[in-house]
Design a binder for this molecule. Structure first.
Ligand code: AMP
Length: 436
């Protein structure tokens, strides 16, 4: 049986691969302007990083992690043995925990040197039910800023995200920015208790999992995909009404900074995001058309306790991640192409087999001069080569025959106008360069 890519994984081919390249290039351009530097992270890490980082009771930690087992570790498990912590590995489901781990491990924040600003790009893995805009292996770019205390850092994070979307070609009018505050260790426990009490009152209307969540992690119920739970949680107490003085004031400062930057936003008290590490400001950007239920194209927020959680110093942080596949869908719905078609600049055609060696040399000379050149390697007839040149969308066809060769020339044909003229072989690369 022919083998296929695993469920929920896709091959990025042709224009999709070029779209990913462009997505990364736009990200690098925008993020660099805000002082972010690239970090390359391992594709797998210790499971504990994600369990401790994302939160033990989150969907990511309880259902979506892909474990990685070496052959040796798998054999040990089969024999009833126990794995050490550094043998229990997982494909990364997200980038934030890894960045924070790397910053702590390499002590990247020198005394008085905060903030450290890093961005990443690459595949993430979550064992979810695949559907449109939801894959098991998907691609994200994200930025993380460690050690920035000011409320303007929260606003700046959101501004970078919106500027990135705009640079990709999304219209501001086709996106909605949702914001919320997740409070702090001062006010969050009391709020969670209030939500739990509300959930107990409505226990009969909640799914089994949310009944459990009321005991373990009530705020996760805001994320439940079940429509009954969604309706119940609509009436739950709002975090904004329960924030402590400090968090309330901070949230007001963030909103003021967003308004000053001219960004429209909507406060959504249900917005809790998928990870437990968030404290204070959280945000999500949704597109209004083209993505159905998977309308979130990116989001993030502040995580002031995560660094300490993964064993580093008590340094605050904030960041966001944007999903590539959903951006492609959103741009398609808006009629925007992320990757342009690419066409050769020159197609070299041989009149017969006697000139193939010279044609081969000419092709190398053109390419060495920086010209995107194609030619036939199948011994096709001249007619077939012309057809291929046409199909490739080449701007010029350079035709080499025994007669032209004897005169040290080739024929340069413009594929659109069909204008033809002789061109000296020795100066062909320079002359063509001046034309394109
Ligand atoms: P998160 O890491 O959950 O905050 O998600 C950030 C962004 O990554 C989302 O807004 C989506 O654009 C994208 N994303 C998350 N999960 C998936 C998935 N399973 N498939 C495709 N894109 C995803």
């Amino acid at each position: 049986m022919a083998l296929k890519a695993p469920k929920g994984c896709v091959d990025l081919i042709g224009k999709d691969a070029r779209a990913w390249e462009r997505f990364c290039a736009v990200a690098a351009d925008v993020f660099t302007r805000y002082g972010y530097e690239r970090i390359e992270l391992p594709t797998f890490e210790q499971v504990d990083l994600f369990v401790r980082g994302c939160g033990e009771t989150t969907d990511v930690a309880t259902k979506e992690i892909f474990s990685v087992l070496s052959i040796g570790a798998a054999a040990k498990l089969r024999e009833g043995g126990q794995l050490k912590a550094d043998q229990r590995l997982a494909l990364r489901p997200e980038g934030t925990a890894s960045v924070v781990r790397a910053v702590a491990q390499h002590n990247l924040i020198p005394q008085g040197g905060a903030p450290v600003k890093l961005y990443y790009a690459g595949p993430m893995f979550r064992c979810e039910r695949p559907q449109k805009g939801r894959l098991r292996e998907f691609h994200q770019v994200g930025i993380e800023c460690l050690g920035a205390i000011d409320a303007t850092a929260d606003a700046e994070m959101i501004i970078v995200c919106m500027r990135f979307f705009e640079a990709l070609g999304l219209q501001t009018s086709s996106m909605e920015l949702l914001i919320n505050s997740m409070g702090c260790p001062e006010c969050r426990p009391a709020y969670a208790q209030k939500v739990a009490a509300y959930m107990h009152e409505h226990e009969g209307e909640l799914c089994e999992e949310c009944v459990r969540r009321a005991e373990t992690n009530p705020l996760r119920a805001f994320d439940c995909k079940n429509s009954g739970c969604f309706d119940v949680m609509e009436g739950a107490p709002r975090f904004e009404d329960e924030l402590c003085e400090h968090c309330r004031e901070r949230f007001a400062q963030v909103k003021a900074a967003l308004r000053a930057a001219g960004l429209d936003y909507r406060c959504d008290s249900r917005l809790v995001r998928g990870f437990d590490y968030y404290t204070g400001t959280v945000f999500e950007v949704q597109v209004t058309e083209g993505l159905g239920s998977q309308s979130a194209i990116g989001g993030g927020g502040r995580y002031d306790k995560l660094m300490a959680e993964v064993g580093g110093n008590d340094v605050c942080g904030l960041g966001f991640a944007v999903g590539f596949e959903r951006i492609v869908l959103a741009l398609e719905a808006a009629g925007v192409q992320l990757a342009e078609e690419i066409h050769p600049q020159v197609y070299v055609a041989c009149v017969d087999a006697t000139v193939r060696d010279e044609a081969f040399q000419l092709v190398q000379d053109l390419r060495d001069a920086g010209i995107f050149t194609l030619y036939d390697q199948q011994g096709r007839s001249l007619k077939s080569q012309f057809k291929l040149a046409d199909k490739s969308g080449a701007t010029y066809c350079l035709i080499l025959g025994p007669e032209e060769l004897a005169a040290g020339q080739a024929k340069l044909r413009h594929m659109q106008t069909h204008d033809e003229r002789p061109i000296a072989l020795a100066s062909a690369p320079q002359e063509i360069l001046s034309l394109i």
